[in-house]
Structure formats: C-alpha cells, structure tokens
Write a protein of this length. Structure first.
Length: 495
C-alpha cells in the first residue's frame, strides 16, 4: 500500500482535504477492523467540525475557481482519466477493498473495482451527450420568444457512503457529481475508509483541481456525518444506507431546504411461479440471497414459491447453500466472506435466534462459523434458510442484511402480490416465470423501484435506480442523476 494515502508506520488513514492528506486537529482516531480476522489493522482520524468546515470551504473555492471554469469537454476528460487511473492501480484498490470488507477477492475483482471505475466513464459520456430543451413561444405582439434550458451544477455535494460496496457505491455518486461540475465532500463509512482515501491520490495524479474531491472520516451523530449533513455550505446530500439514518439526514437537510437523494433499506422479495425454469430460479436466488454475505441492499430476504414446486425449490436451495465455501478473501474457491463488523455479527445472530423463537423451521445454518487459522476470529456466519414463518413475524418484516432468507408457499397470483407488497419497504423484487404476460403483469403491480424478471442484479447504469416507500427518495442513474446533481434553469429570450 502507498504511504501517501495510508501512513504505513502507524497504519493511519488521514483526511483528504483541498488536495492534501492530513490528520484531525483533535488528534482523535478510531480503530479500523479487518472483518475476515476480527483484528484491528489501522486507525482512521476522526473528523470534527474543523475538518468539515475546511473540506466544505475547499469544495466551494474549487467550484468558484479552476474547476468551475473548465469546459464540459475538459471536465469530462478529467473524469474519464480518473477511471483510467483506477484501472491502472487496480491491484491497490483491490487490496484496499478486500481488507476493509473481507469479501472474496473474486467478487471484488469482478464487481467492486471495475464497476467503480466504470461509473466515472458512464456519467462522463452521459454529460457529453445530454441535450437541453427549447420551445418557441407565441407573444401578443407577434414577435415571439424562445425558451431554452441550461443545466448547472448544484454546488457542493455531501456524499455519505455505505460499507457493503465502498468504492462502487461511492463512485456511483461521485462520478455523476463531478461530471455535472459539482464538488464533493465524501464521508465514507467508518468501517471502510480505505478506497475513498486512496482515490485522493488518483485525483491528484490525473490533475483534478484541489478541493474538488475531499474526504473526511468519522462517525455519524456528533461526528463528521452530522457536521457535514447539517453544514449550511452543503447544497445537496446523497446517501446510501439504512432507513433510520436516511430519516435523520432528511431532517438535517430540511434546514436550508436542501435536496436529498436517498437509497435506503429493503426487505426484498423473490416470487417463483410453478412454471419458472427452476435451474435459473435457483441460481438467481442463490446469488440474490448469499452474494456478499447477504450484505446487498438489493438482496432477497423473502422468497415466495408457488406451492406445487415449493418442496423441490426448498430442497435444492438448501443443497446450494450447504455447498457454499465460506472463508477469507484470498482463499481459493471462496463464495461467502464475513459480515462487516462485530456489531453487525451480533445483529444477524440475534435474528437467527429470533427466527427460532418465532417458530421457524431451520432448513440449514442458523449459527456462527468458527474458521481456522487467521480467520478464527472473523465475523463469519452460516448461510441460513428458514420456512414456517408468518408474514407478520419480525424476521419476515425487518431488514436483516445477512446471508439468510425465509421461504413461504403461495397459491395464486393475487395472493402473492399482496404479500410481497405487505412491507414498509419498496426497494427491489424479482419474479421468476416462463409466462411472459404474467411476468409483466406482476412486475407492474409490485411496489418497488427495481423489478427483475427471470434475473437478478442485472444493471444497466443508464436506467433509473432508487426505492419506493421507506426505501428511498429520488432516482439516480443515466440522465436521471441529473435531476439531483444539476439545477435546471430556464432562459426566456424575447424576439
């Protein structure tokens, strides 16, 4: 790892403000734990009001200075250069991501790093090709007028990032923000500070003006997160994470009437009809339940299976879960890594216990895994499947965010639509059926932001992405990101 972004002698993550790395004025740090080993591997400096003030000030100066003066072509060239440099330093980003998250190297190398880089290129291309609107307007004197639109950067954007896909979901926000001409202050999760910090080196290497990209480490309440979201110099806040935190951010954003873009929690369902191709449905459900140890906002926790195929589906899903190899990030053939932290481990295990208290039949799993050697203290749990839970049980209603799901049989289409929609959340769903008419019909009636038909996690970055109900506010992706990251001004010209 490079000493500029991670002080290797003391293993300390510094803030990145105004193009330079530096410590907190208070000297306060907090531990960073490797989930695969359960051991502290570094410390991160905890930002306070002073660091947030400095970062927002630097971002504002860049917006009003060199960055704001760039043409769209020059700005998007720099954004694409960021993607190229991430790819050039692929191994550095991969090392940082897997030590922070513990996820299998195979997953991070195929998803996190390449897609993290691709976000910059995709949004740069979008901004280069986006068109405005123009209208000819009749006037009483007959001369007419022309109205046309201009998109301008919103300003300084606060980017609050989650820990499950630290680079990918951070660049999903930073990419469009910078392509649109904004500046950013990033507050990565305290669990995963590495890749956001490393990205500062990339920004300097490719010539992004100082102050455009800033990183302040810390916690939420009473720390960097709260100071950033309540800062009057922030013009918009984008956040991915749990609904409770999103609600707090919305309250903070109400002061100053600042817009928010929130992708929040979910209790996502999969619906498997009897006519579905079960091979594909099993494969897709395995991924949607267990990928990234179940720590995927779009992951499936409720699986409704039509009664004629319920027993076969349950047996085959159980077999698949028991065939998963659990282990550390660099072990060969590993398909399931650890949970992110000791705190999250306790949460998931509490639901494993609750499921049995609520009368669940445990088809497989249900406990903690103690692996050998270096991973013996890692945060590993068994992939778990339940049946026999009612729709009103807490395990069927509350987001767990672990490698687990509950299976339930259903008898007809109307019933399963009502049951799938009977949730506080509305992020995602998947429907498995070979009846194309039914697939379209059911998808339209599900109260979600994203619905997959005979697939899962198939993403076109140009499409709208976000949640319904308590799963979010707003849409990002492609041109839809512009609704948050730009201000649309109308100019009227009297002829």
């Amino acid at each position: 790892m490079n000493e500029a972004w991670l002080m290797t002698e003391r293993q300390e993550f510094l803030h990145f403000i105004d193009g330079a790395y530096g410590p907190s004025a208070s000297g306060k740090t907090f531990p960073v734990v490797a989930p695969a080993t359960g051991e502290i591997y570094a410390a991160a400096h905890e930002g306070g009001e002073a660091e947030v003030n400095a970062a927002v000030s630097a971002a504002r100066s860049a917006l009003n200075g060199a960055w704001g003066a760039l043409s769209i072509a020059d700005r998007t060239d720099l954004v694409i250069s960021v993607a190229d440099e991430i790819n050039a330093r692929f191994d550095d980003f991969l090392e940082a991501e897997i030590i922070d998250t513990g996820k299998p190297k195979s997953l991070a190398s195929h998803i996190d790093i390449p897609r993290g880089a691709a976000n910059f290129k995709m949004f740069a291309d979008t901004i280069r090709t986006i068109s405005g609107e123009a209208f000819e307007t009749a006037t009483p004197d007959g001369a007419g007028a022309i109205n046309y639109s201009v998109r301008k950067p919103r300003g300084v954007i606060a980017v609050i990032c989650p820990w499950n896909f630290p680079l990918l979901l951070m660049t999903w926000k930073v990419g469009p923000a910078l392509a649109c001409g904004n500046t950013v202050v990033v507050k990565p999760s305290e669990e995963t500070p590495a890749t956001a910090t490393l990205l500062g080196e990339v920004m300097n290497k490719v010539g992004v003006p100082k102050g455009v990209y800033n990183v302040v480490h810390g916690y939420g309440p009473g720390s960097a997160g709260e100071f950033l979201t309540s800062h009057p110099g922030v013009d918009g806040i984008t956040f991915t994470g749990e609904t409770r935190t999103g609600e707090a951010i919305m309250k903070a954003a109400g002061t100053g009437v600042r817009p928010v873009s929130l992708e929040l929690g979910g209790k996502n369902s999969a619906i498997v009809f009897a006519d579905a191709n079960l091979d594909r449905a099993i494969e897709g459900t395995m991924r949607s339940v267990f990928a990234n140890c179940g720590q995927v906002c779009l992951g499936t926790e409720r699986v409704y299976v039509e009664r004629p195929v319920f027993d076969e589906f349950a047996a085959r899903l159980k077999t698949g879960a028991e065939a998963l190899k659990v282990g550390g990030p660099i072990e060969e053939g590993v398909s399931l890594g650890p949970l992110i932290s000791a705190e999250h481990l306790d949460k998931v295990l509490s639901y494993y216990e609750l499921a049995e208290q609520e009368g669940a039949q445990v088809l497989t799993g249900g406990g903690r895994l103690a692996l050998g050697c270096a991973t013996k203290n890692g945060f590993f749990v068994e992939p778990t499947i339940w049946t026999g839970l009612t729709d009103e049980s807490r395990v069927m209603r509350e987001e767990i965010f672990g490698p687990c799901c509950a299976l339930a049989p259903f008898d007809d289409e109307e019933e399963v639509i009502a049951r799938a929609n009977n949730t506080y959340y509305g992020l995602a769903a998947s429907v498995w059926t070979d009846n194309l008419s039914r697939a379209h019909r059911v998808a339209r009636r599900l109260e979600v932001g994203v619905c997959w038909l005979n697939s899962w996690f198939l993403r076109d970055l140009r499409t709208a992405f976000g949640g319904a109900k308590a799963s979010g506010v707003g849409r990002e992706g492609g041109v839809h990101s512009l609704e948050f990251y730009t201000e649309l001004e109308n100019i009227c010209v009297k002829l």
